[in-house]
Design a binder for this molecule. Structure first.
Ligand code: PEP
Ligand code: MN
Length: 337
């Protein structure tokens, strides 16, 4: 439930409500807006039935939150969240582009990529060190050596780095090297992994599950946030549909849906959504127009030699061209890049 305070409510009025909530064994979450303070309550709200909170001094009205996710809910936190990652922030006025190879392959590949994407304006380097492969016989990534190469690239360029984790051991290693942890589509409902990632306090890039509804996705975010980590960025990466022309179907509508339901930032990954290099640019532009806070785009020094996802990876030249083409779209959307 949410207790909306009157604009003229005093500090004492707010403290009084907070103490009633706490003395009933519940957890208050304060959101101080420009106009009013909102107090969200998590837990069994029936405990507050006899407290007559609606007539307490300073209370304007009470709203019941029917959705199972609370902390990720816009009703709990009407203002958009801004998530800091390294020297950049996602969800504010800056449009953020993350880019890099599907998998970290070697030092030269990562460094070359980091330098090239930085030159084009990208703020975050992405690269997979733990690869969740469909086949158990496929290469699973360089693991900690890959994380180390990502950190070296950060030191060389100043870019923030994001890497996917697939296990508790990967989380334990990643915290030593990365600025942001990615939870991949296949693990979106791995609730144990979500909780452990949440505990690190690092920003979490939460990809949408292959067949997950927006509600399931926001509940996954809630798992991270319930660990005391509010730094979640959602990533739309396409969903499974009957269409086979593309690897997945980019659900562009999830951007306005998420905006309506949640305060969390949302970025779009047109590379995994389409699986086709030629479709990446038009989908990236549509994501900006629909209000995304950023993009994740796969790039590789030589896509035809890439270990993975070469067909969807952009060359540095194509990536640079796309970044230039995106600028007017980003400006029209009210952001800067
Ligand atoms: C990735 O970003 O490298 C990846 C594997 O994507 P997804 O989890 O969206 O399939
Ligand atoms: Mn990939």
């Amino acid at each position: 439930m949410i207790i909306v305070m009157k604009p003229q409510a005093t500090k004492e009025n707010i403290e009084h409500i907070v103490s009633i909530i706490q003395s009933n064994g519940l957890e208050p979450h304060l959101s101080d807006g420009a106009q009013v303070t909102i107090i969200g309550v998590i837990g069994d709200k029936t405990r507050l039935i006899n407290q007559n909170l609606e007539i307490a001094e300073g209370v304007d009205h009470i709203v019941s939150v029917t959705e199972s996710y609370k902390l990720a809910n816009k009703k709990f936190h009407p203002e958009k969240s801004i998530v800091k990652v390294g020297n950049t922030s996602i969800g504010g006025s800056e449009f953020v582009i993350m880019s890099g190879p599907c998998a970290v392959e070697n030092e030269e590949q990562v460094l070359q990529t980091a330098k090239a994407i930085k030159e084009s304006g990208a703020q975050i380097l992405r690269g997979g060190a733990y690869k969740p492969r469909t086949s158990p016989y496929s290469f699973q990534g360089l693991e900690e050596d890959g994380l180390r190469l990502m950190k070296e690239a950060r030191e060389a360029t100043g870019l923030a780095v994001v890497c996917e984790v697939t296990s508790l051991a990967a989380i334990e290693a990643a915290v030593k090297y990365v600025d942001m942890i990615q939870i991949g589509a296949r693990n979106m409902q791995n609730f144990y992994l979500l909780k452990e990632a949440g505990k690190t306090g690092l920003p979490i890039l939460l990809k949408r599950g292959l067949s997950a509804t927006v509600d399931e996705w926001l509940n996954a975010a809630e798992y991270v946030m319930a660990e005391g980590n509010p730094n979640v960025v959602l990533c739309e990466r396409g969903i499974r549909t009957f269409e086979t022309a593309t690897r997945n179907t980019l659900d562009i509508s999830s951007i306005p849906v998420v905006r309506e339901k949640s305060h969390l930032p949302i970025v779009v990954d047109p590379s995994h959504a389409s699986g086709v290099r030629a479709y990446v640019a038009p989908l990236a532009k549509s994501a900006v127009a629909a209000g995304a806070d950023g993009l994740m785009i796969e790039t590789h020094p030589c896509p035809e030699k890439a270990l993975y996802d070469g067909p969807q990876s952009l060359t540095f030249k194509l990536f640079d061209k796309l970044c230039k083409e995106l600028r007017p779209y980003i400006q029209l959307a009210g952001k800067h890049f």
